[in-house]
Structures are given as C-alpha cells and as structure tokens.
Design a protein around this ligand. Structure first.
Ligand code: SF4
Length: 376
C-alpha cells in the first residue's frame, strides 16, 4: 500500500529559508505542548441575545450543504471535493482580506510569505488565544531535548522503514546526517554537549518505540519527510496554510489515510486539529483524504476520525476567522489559558496577568486508549 505523492502538495513550501535564515519548520515545529487544541474564541456558541432580542425579521438562510463522507468515494469524487475546497478557501481569503496580501506580478523583490504574508499553521488553528498573533511568531518556543525528540524520531522512522535495524541505530543515523534538518534545530544540536546528545538520542529512541507500538511495523505505513510540512500557498496571494502529516497509508483507489503524532494525548477537542490537517491535505493535494488519526507515542493513545465535509467545514470556518485575526492581530480577542505563562505579550495583557494570578487551568480532556492499528 502506498500513497501516491502529488508534487503539488509540497511545491509551494519549497520557497527556501526565511529571511533570517531559519527553516520554515523552525517556526511551528508542531511538537509544542503548550495550551493544546481547544478551538478558541471562534468556537464559542453565538449568543442568541446578542442582537438585543428586538428583531423578528426573517432572513432566508442558504440551504445546509449535505454532509459527504469521503471514505467510499472514488478518486474523481475525492478530487472534486479537493477542487471545491480550493475554490472555497480562495473565496474565504477574498472575503476576509480583499486586496490585501495579493501577489504583485510586477514586484521584483521576491516577496516572502513568512516575511510579507500570512502563514496559518495547525498550531495556530488549535491554540486558544488569537491575540498572540500580535507577538513574535515563535513566542517562547525554544529547542530542547523534549521539543526536539519528535523531529529526530520522525527522521529515524523514515530511516528505519528504508534500511531496517533497531530504533537506536535509526536514531543514531538520523543524528549523524543532519543535512535536511531545519536550520534552528541543527544549530541547537551543534551546541549540545555529549550529555545532551545522549539524552536526545534516548528520548528520540523512546519516541520511535512508542510510535511503532501505536502504528505497527507494517509496510502499509509510509513515513513522510518531517521537513517541510505539507502546505498550500493560495494562488495569487501571500497566504499559506500548513499542517504536519507524519505518515500516510492507502493508495489511489482507497484514498489517503493520514497520521499525525504529538506528545499530548489526543482529546475530544482535537476534532478541529484533525479537520485542519485534512483541509490542508485536501487543498494541497487537490484530493480529500478518507481518514485522519491523531496519535501520541508518549501516552500510547490514538484517535481516528473519518473525514467528511462537516469536518472540512469546521476547519474552513476557523481558517476564515483566524485569517482575519492574522491580518489584524491587534483586534483579535485575548483568550487566556495555559499558554499565557509562555506568551511574550503577557506583561501588557491584563487578561493574561489575571489568568496567571488565578493559578493553573485544568488539563486537556480525556482520550481514548489505543490498541494499535497497523493500518491507521
Ligand atoms: S497573555 Fe494570554 S491572553 Fe494575553 S495575549 Fe498572551 S496568551 Fe493571549
């Protein structure tokens, strides 16, 4: 079982390094374990009294779109969904941004989407507080053994499936060849002393073992290169959506099944995260996936979701909301949570300071245990 790679999925991200020399994947490594996926302000239900309760005028609403489950559709139908969501995402960008963040064909300065445009990553979509867009893009994220183990382990998993051997050998090989590592991660590694490298190797090996326990060793799993992430740059705009996909299974006939691994145990709120990963894949490849699985090697848990148009719509709605906040972050609502402790805006944010003095917020919700599934 292999997944047919579509170059269109990855091409847009290969724009080169950031202006500051950092690899794009240093900005949102997808292994941060801060506030977790909780939706955010945009997910609060509308207050029916918000309009003052004084109007009774009936507004004709468009008929709800029927929900289409992707699994079971043939490839043409999955591609139709891909084309539909590409077009709808372009419409959303037009609605929210108008003539802002358009590519000027006459501009010879080679605009960079990270410097001059908007990049919406899975982490942004699921992080709670959109006001953080007004701060530095990398916030308080720092490379560390805990933060780096996932990326090293993902390189090792690819090595393992191509060359065999033990997890420890694969991690050693991944650490020896750093030619494709993001710049920031490679720099951090160079500065590690022997003890730090031993600790990283041990942590990454444990992560590899945990991932294989979750997913299995079968040939049906294709481990993807962790850098760069799948992404799609909207044609004619300096706007990009991106979301990591760590492995795929399936084929052109049955459709793609996606796997995303993180440290945290998946929770019920991760539906939004799964939806955004599916949306990026759908628009990037031009073909909807059939399923997405969120796994946590550290906790041995995995959550699988069937992809349907309701899931894609959930992500598209959140994308619309967040593109507006990204374009005008000073107007974004502050939604305090655990991430306040790491936020660079804390000193000037009364809501964040109140949150901090109130003490820790509750942990993320429960997750279902996994028995492991080699087919994801
Ligand atoms: S301190 Fe908290 S509420 Fe304020 S901007 Fe940062 S994350 Fe948002």
């Amino acid at each position: 079982m292999t997944t047919e790679e579509d170059p269109a999925l990855d091409d847009p991200v290969l724009d080169g390094a950031d202006p500051d020399g950092r690899h794009p994947d240093d900005r949102h490594p997808d292994d941060r374990d801060e506030d977790g996926p909780h939706g955010g302000a945009g997910e609060e239900p509308d207050d029916p009294s918000a309009d003052g309760g004084g109007t009774t005028a009936e507004v004709a609403l468009p008929a709800p779109r029927p929900v289409v489950v992707v699994d079971g559709l043939d490839r043409d139908a999955r591609r139709e969904i891909g084309a539909d969501y590409r077009s709808r995402l372009l419409d959303v960008a037009q609605q929210v941004l108008g003539d802002r963040f358009l590519v000027d064909p006459g501009d010879r300065s080679r605009p960079d989407v990270y410097r001059d445009g908007l990049v919406l990553d899975a982490f942004d979509v699921t992080a709670r507080c959109p006001r953080r867009f007004a701060g530095p893009s990398d916030d308080a994220y720092r490379d560390s053994v805990r933060n780096g183990r996932r990326r090293v382990a993902l390189v090792a998993l690819r090595h393992l499936s191509a060359h065999g051997g033990t997890p420890a050998e694969a991690v050693r090989a991944a650490m020896a060849d750093r030619s494709e590592w993001p710049v920031g991660l490679a720099r951090w590694f160079e500065e590690l002393d022997r003890g730090g490298r031993v600790a990283l190797a041990a942590a990454a090996t444990t992560w590899v073992v945990g991932a294989l326990r979750l997913v299995g060793h079968g040939p049906g799993t294709q481990w993807r290169p962790p850098f760069p992430k799948p992404s799609w740059t909207l044609p004619g705009r300096l706007v990009r959506v991106s979301a990591a996909v760590d492995a795929t299974a399936g084929n052109a006939g049955s459709g793609d099944r996606l796997l995303v691994l993180a440290d945290r145990a998946p929770a019920a709120e991760d539906r939004l995260r799964a939806g955004f990963v599916s949306l990026v894949w759908t628009v990037g490849k031009g073909e909807a996936p059939v399923r997405v699985a969120l796994g946590s090697p550290a906790t041995g848990t995995m959550q699988r979701l069937t992809v349907d148009t309701a899931l894609l719509d959930l992500a598209l709605d959140r994308t619309e909301e967040l593109l507006g906040y990204l374009a005008e972050p000073q107007g974004a609502p502050a939604v305090p949570g655990r991430s306040c402790a790491l936020c660079d805006l804390l000193e000037d944010c009364p809501a964040g300071l109140r949150q901090l003095s109130a003490g820790p917020s509750p942990a993320a919700g429960p997750s279902a245990p996994s028995t492991g599934d080699p087919t994801m």
